[in-house]
Write a protein that binds this ligand. Structure first.
Ligand SMILES: Cc1cc2nc3c(=O)[nH]c(=O)nc-3n(C[C@H](O)[C@H](O)[C@H](O)COP(=O)(O)O)c2cc1C
Length: 345
C-alpha cells in the first residue's frame, strides 16, 4: 500500500465515524450524515437538523460538520492510515455561486492514501476526543499558560484558520458589552427560546440535544463579564451552588477563532480548527466552552469584527481555563446511534 487509494473498509468506517460523532455541534444537533461507498467516506449535512432561528444560513451547522471531519481524520491517522480529504468535491475553488445546503451536498470526502505511523501528537489528540466536552462550569482564577495559548494558535493555523486572544482590556470590554447585548436579544426573542427548548433535554436520556445537567443557567450569583448561553427556557433557574455566599467573579481567557473568508469551505476549515483547538485544550488538562451568542447573528458578529479591527470573519468565541479543584465532576453529552448517521452501501 505504498501509493494510490487504499480504500476504507466497513470496520474502519465504523471506527472513524464513531470518533467523528464525538465532535462538538451547535446545540448537540449532530447535523451530519456519513456514507461509505467504493472505499470512500462522504460527509453530508443533515439539513433537517439546522436551527432555522439561530442559524438561518447554516453556518454553525457547517462548522459542526467541519469539527466532525477533523475527528474523522484523526481516527484514520491513529489507525495507521493517511487520510486524504477533499472539501466540497467538484466545486471548491471554482468561481460561481456557493453550493446550496441540501442533504445531497457532499461537504467532504475522506479517502485513505497508504499507511502512516501515528505520531505522539495524533495519539494525544485522539485520546482527548473521548474526554473532551463543553465545560460550562466556572474556571479557576488562573490565566492560561502562554505555552498553551501558543499551541492553540498553531492548532488553528494548521487548519487554515486564525486565533486571537482578547488580550487587551479595551478589546475584552467591548466584546463583553456586545456579548451581553446579543445575549439579551436572544433571551427576549420568543422564537429563539422556542427553538432552544426543542433541543433542551430535561427528561432522561436522548441521543441529541443539551441535557440540563451540563447546561449553564443564569442565576443571580454567577458573575462573569461574558454571559454563557442560558439553556434554561423555563425561567425556573435557581441559585444552585450559592451556599456560603456568591462565588468570585469569573474572568476566563477569551479567544476568537476566525477565517479570512466566510464561504462554505472556510466554515468547514473553521470547524476543523475548532475541533483541533478544543482537543488541544483537553489534552493539556484545560477546559473550554463556546460563547456563541455574539456570533449567532450576522449583525452582532460584524459589530465585534469591526470593533476588533478584524479584516476576516469570526467563526467562534471561546472561553478557556482550568477546571476548579473543588468543581463537581462534569458529564459527557450523549450521541446519536451510529445507525442513524452512517450508511454503508
Ligand atoms: C458551532 C458551535 C456553536 C456552539 N455554541 C455554543 C454556545 O453558544 N454556548 C454553549 O454553551 N455551547 C455551545 N456549543 C457547544 C455545544 O453545545 C456542544 O458541543 C454540544 O452540546 C455537545 O456537547 P459536548 O461539546 O460536550 O460534546 C457550540 C458548539 C458548536 C460546534
Amino acid at each position: 500500500m505504498e501509493s494510490g487509494t487504499a480504500g476504507i473498509g466497513r470496520e474502519v468506517a465504523v471506527e472513524v465515524v464513531t470518533t467523528a460523532s464525538l465532535a462538538p455541534s451547535i446545540h448537540n444537533t449532530q447535523p451530519w450524515r456519513w456514507r461509505l461507498a467504493a472505499g470512500r467516506l462522504a460527509l453530508a449535512p443533515d439539513v433537517g437538523r439546522r436551527l432555522p432561528v439561530l442559524d438561518p444560513d447554516g453556518r454553525q451547522l457547517v462548522v459542526s460538520c467541519g469539527a466532525a471531519l477533523l475527528h474523522a481524520r484523526l481516527a484514520c491517522r491513529v489507525l495507521g492510515l493517511e487520510p486524504e480529504v477533499e472539501l466540497l468535491p467538484g466545486s471548491a475553488g471554482r468561481p460561481g455561486p456557493e453550493p446550496a445546503l441540501r442533504d445531497d451536498l457532499v461537504l467532504a470526502t475522506l479517502d485513505v492514501r497508504g499507511r502512516h505511523a501515528p505520531t505522539d501528537a495524533d495519539r494525544l489528540l485522539f485520546s482527548a476526543a473521548g474526554a473532551r466536552h463543553t465545560d460550562r462550569r466556572p474556571f479557576a482564577d488562573q490565566p492560561l499558560e502562554p505555552v498553551l495559548l501558543e499551541q492553540l494558535r498553531r492548532a488553528a493555523e494548521a487548519e487554515g484558520a486564525w486565533l486571537m486572544p482578547l488580550a487587551h482590556s479595551d478589546q475584552r470590554l467591548g466584546a463583553a458589552v456586545v456579548a451581553a447585548r446579543a445575549d439579551w436579544a436572544e433571551q427576549t426573542d420568543p422564537a429563539y427560546r422556542a427553538e432552544l427548548a426543542t433541543w433542551r433535554r430535561a427528561d432522561g436520556p436522548a441521543g441529541d440535544g443539551v441535557p440540563t445537567d451540563v447546561a449553564a443557567t443564569h442565576h443571580p450569583f454567577r458573575a462573569s463579564d461574558f454571559p454563557l448561553r442560558d439553556f434554561d427556557t423555563t425561567g425556573t433557574a435557581d441559585a444552585a451552588g450559592t451556599a456560603g455566599g456568591p462565588p468570585p467573579t469569573e474572568n476566563p481567557t477569551v479567544i476568537v477563532l476566525g477565517t479570512d473568508a466566510d464561504q462554505t469551505e472556510d466554515r468547514l476549515r473553521a470547524g476543523q480548527a475548532l475541533a483541533r483547538v478544543l482537543l488541544t485544550v483537553t489534552a493539556a488538562g484545560a477546559a473550554a466552552s463556546p460563547l456563541g451568542q455574539p456570533v449567532d447573528s450576522d449583525g452582532y458578529r460584524s459589530v465585534i469584527e469591526r470593533m476588533l479591527s478584524i479584516a476576516g470573519h469570526i467563526q467562534m468565541i471561546l472561553r478557556v481555563g482550568y477546571p476548579r479543584r473543588d468543581a463537581a465532576a462534569s458529564t459527557l453529552t450523549p450521541r446519536r446511534p451510529l445507525g442513524e448517521i452512517l450508511v454503508i452501501d
